[in-house]
Design a protein. Structure first.
Lengths: 437, 292
């Protein structure tokens, strides 16, 4: 008996100590009067410098809100795991890959009605569900190709290419007339073959409805003439014509910035967000940042126009479980309207009526038309993601583009047509599994 | 405690000492395992509030598509590599058991890679295999420049490069375990063997090997399960691209790229079963041999 009692008391003691430590934790949060918010960001490069300056600026107006920043390198991968709990910061970037907008109300606080938000901000339809908007864009981007102007000039290219054939010809001229790598794939980093290419699809479609409303009902999106086919073919041709770096498996993302500035790389398919990073790399090497140019994706539509799709970078959302929603909203509003982040990134301001950055003003001079995807049809908001996930294609990931590249090098026993047929089959099968017409 | 008899004192001690490790084991091994089995019966993306119970349909999907299992042939490279790895570890451990100069220095050199972070190793080897990287420079310096290959680009070579990295990383562990076992062999046995005129090879075959048989078995089991589960190095170095995808990389992609946590959990359960079978099979094999 005595033993049992002793054991019991040991367990009781442990239980008491445990519960004590828990309740102490609770007391601490309740005591706090000055508000403290945590912002979770994917910008690991800015969290220790620029964002700290922003916080200092913000605190001049709101001294009683303490802002803590936290950054995650593999943001998309990790944040969704954290969202299984209630503690995923107060203000954070809404994940894009595989996060269906129908999930928004479970995780994020509504920021306003669709009508009110659209009057004030750009890109509000991206994170809209059932008439409410859950996200505000951090900055807007255009989709195109970054290139080195000097290399293009040295190669003797007179005109910005407007079709894939012209682009390939330009790359061939670069290969024979200069020492530069005509196109750098960034294969080793993998992600530059993901979303950066995927986001070019609306440029080829030249139709604001294609991506969000027509694609989920297209039975074979990788058949000839379709945007995905055009993009895939360009990648295949560049690789098989040996217009890329010699060994894609040892490319280096950080190094590519300096290489394009020095004219060792001629071009890369990247969103306009990359302009500033390449320019900074140039400046730090003592090179005029003006050598970095940005061109629209080379595809002229049947109507004779080249299109550049404009879209939002990651969007901010407020954690629905946050205890400091108001403070988070104050910082979000300040960040969107006062911080000047969009100018810093030479991107498009999320606030309506902001000026376009210089690099994109040049697009207008070329006669390029900007387009922005319209929202998906009612009741079909998650359809595109569902088909993609069911088919296990992962359009926003690098998976099928690395496959094209490997096959084009000769590392796989499949032809370009084999891959296109396989993707079409998977897509069509997923559509029929989900009962989509 | 004075009035307690020996048996109950013993029981209390056992319970109190085992309490913490058992709680840790349950919380970090068995609970997640149970959850994983449960998840494998769901259609779930990993965070949504909607979890749809689908019974065995994830398993049915898995077994009706041979593509999911085709990646296991990559494991064969690692399996072959682990044989080489164990032989080398055994060789180095034996050499260092006998008297030699700078013994501790070599022990350190061999064990050091195991202490390094796997991601750091992956980056070191990216530079190593890069065009004009470390390996190419070494080959050029010793006049073997003709042997230079695309170590990662060439699909026939890339898995050997991965396996070599893997051997370099894990050999220290096998080595230290072998060495520990060898050093626990009574020195007098070696002295007796010396008197009988045994050479080093005899000592290895007739003294060392029988004494460390259990440890060799253990290392073999660990090596086989390790080969089936290879992940870190091909994932960090290649993202599983260019034919380096292993079953675990495929599982991670299914869960976090394709958003099918249910299917990925089913894959993990299948992997667990495969490993259990492989281990039982090996155990039986060794037991059988012991009987002979």
């Amino acid at each position: 008996m005595k033993t049992k009692r002793k054991l019991l008391s040991i367990f009781l003691l442990m239980a008491v100590t445990l519960s004590l430590s828990f309740s102490e934790g609770n007391k601490e949060t309740a005591k706090k009067k000055t508000q403290e918010i945590t912002v979770i960001t994917h910008r690991t490069d800015l969290v220790d410098n620029l964002f700290q300056e922003y916080v200092a600026e913000f605190n001049k107006i709101y001294p009683d809100i303490k802002v803590n920043y936290e950054s995650i390198t593999d943001y998309e991968g990790e944040i969704k795991i954290r969202m299984n709990t209630k503690q995923y910061g107060d203000l954070l970037m809404i994940p894009d890959t595989g996060f269906a907008i129908s999930e928004l109300p479970d995780f994020f606080e509504p920021l306003g009605t669709a009508k009110d938000m659209a009057a004030k901000y750009e890109f509000t339809t991206d994170k809209e569900f059932n008439g409410m908007v859950y996200g505000i864009s951090s900055v807007g981007n255009a989709q195109g190709i970054i290139y080195n102007k000097e290399v293009f000039k040295k190669a003797g290219i007179k005109k910005i290419p407007a079709t894939p054939e012209e682009f390939l010809d330009a790359l061939k001229m670069i290969k024979s007339n200069t020492d530069a790598i005509p196109y750098y794939t960034n294969y080793a980093a993998a992600w530059p073959l993901g979303g950066q290419w995927e986001a070019q699809a609306p440029n080829v479609a030249g139709d604001a409805k294609w991506y969000t409303q027509k694609l989920p009902h297209t039975k074979a999106p990788w058949s000839e003439g379709q945007p995905y086919y055009v993009l895939s073919k360009l990648l295949w041709d560049m690789v098989s014509m040996e217009l890329i770096e010699e060994d894609p498996t040892t490319t280096d993302w950080e190094a590519c910035k300096g290489m394009i500035a020095k004219g060792e790389i001629a071009s890369m398919v990247l969103g306009s967000w990359s302009i500033i990073q390449m320019q900074q790399a140039a400046s730090s090497l003592g090179i005029d940042p003006g050598v970095i140019g940005y061109m629209p994706f080379p595809y002229t539509n049947a109507d004779g126009h080249v299109y550049a799709s404009v879209g939002s970078d990651k969007q901010f959302g407020i954690n629905v479980h946050s205890e400091n929603k108001e403070a988070a909203r104050k910082y979000l509003d300040w960040f969107t309207e006062k911080s000047g982040f969009a100018q810093h990134e030479s991107g498009i301001s999320p606030v309506k009526g902001g000026a376009y950055p210089d690099a994109l003003v040049a697009f207008g001079e070329l006669g390029v038309k900007f387009i922005q995807n319209v929202p998906a049809m009612k009741g079909e908001e998650t359809l595109l993601d569902d088909i993609d996930s069911e088919a296990e294609i992962g359009r926003w990931s690098e998976s099928y583009r690395t496959r094209i590249l490997e096959a084009a090098i000769g590392n796989r026993d499949e032809s370009f047509d084999d891959i296109m047929t396989d993707l079409n089959t998977k897509w069509a099968k997923a559509m029929s599994t989900l009962g989509v017409k | 405690m004075k009035d307690l008899n020996y048996a109950s004192q013993r029981r209390i001690l056992i319970v109190t000492f085992l309490f913490v490790p058992i709680v840790l084991l349950c919380v970090f091994s068995f609970l997640p395992l149970g959850n994983m089995v449960y998840y494998s019966t769901l259609k779930w993306n990993g965070y949504s509030k909607n979890r749809l119970f689908v019974g065995f349909s994830n398993y049915i999907r898995l077994f009706s598509d041979p593509e999911y299992f085709s990646v296991f042939k990559v494991s064969l490279y690692y399996l072959a590599g682990s044989v080489l790895q164990l032989s080398l570890a055994l060789l180095f451990a034996t050499l260092l058991t006998f008297e030699m100069r700078a013994k501790n220095f070599f022990k350190g050199v061999l064990f050091f890679p195991y202490l390094l972070n796997g991601v750091a190793i992956a980056f070191i080897f990216l530079f190593f295999y890069k065009g004009d990287g470390t390996l190419d420079s070494i080959l050029k310096a010793i006049g073997l420049g003709d042997l230079i290959q695309f170590w990662l680009r060439d699909v026939k070579i890339v898995n050997f490069s991965m396996v070599f990295t893997s051997i370099w990383r894990y050999i220290g562990f096998n080595f230290i375990v072998f060495l520990g076992a060898m050093q626990s062999i009574d020195k007098e046995i070696f002295e007796a063997a010396d008197i009988d005129g045994a050479n080093k090879w005899h000592k290895f075959i007739y003294i060392i090997m029988p004494s460390i048989k259990k440890i060799v078995e253990l290392n073999l089991i660990l090596a086989v399960t390790g080969a089936i589960q290879a992940f870190e190095i091909p994932y960090v170095m290649m993202h599983g691209a260019n034919g380096t995808k292993t079953f675990v990389i495929q599982t991670v992609d299914t869960a976090f790229v394709n958003g099918k946590l249910g299917l990925a959990s089913a894959m993990s359960v299948v992997l667990l079963i495969i490993i259990i079978i492989a281990t039982i099979f090996q155990k039986q094999y060794f037991k059988h041999r012991e009987g002979v």
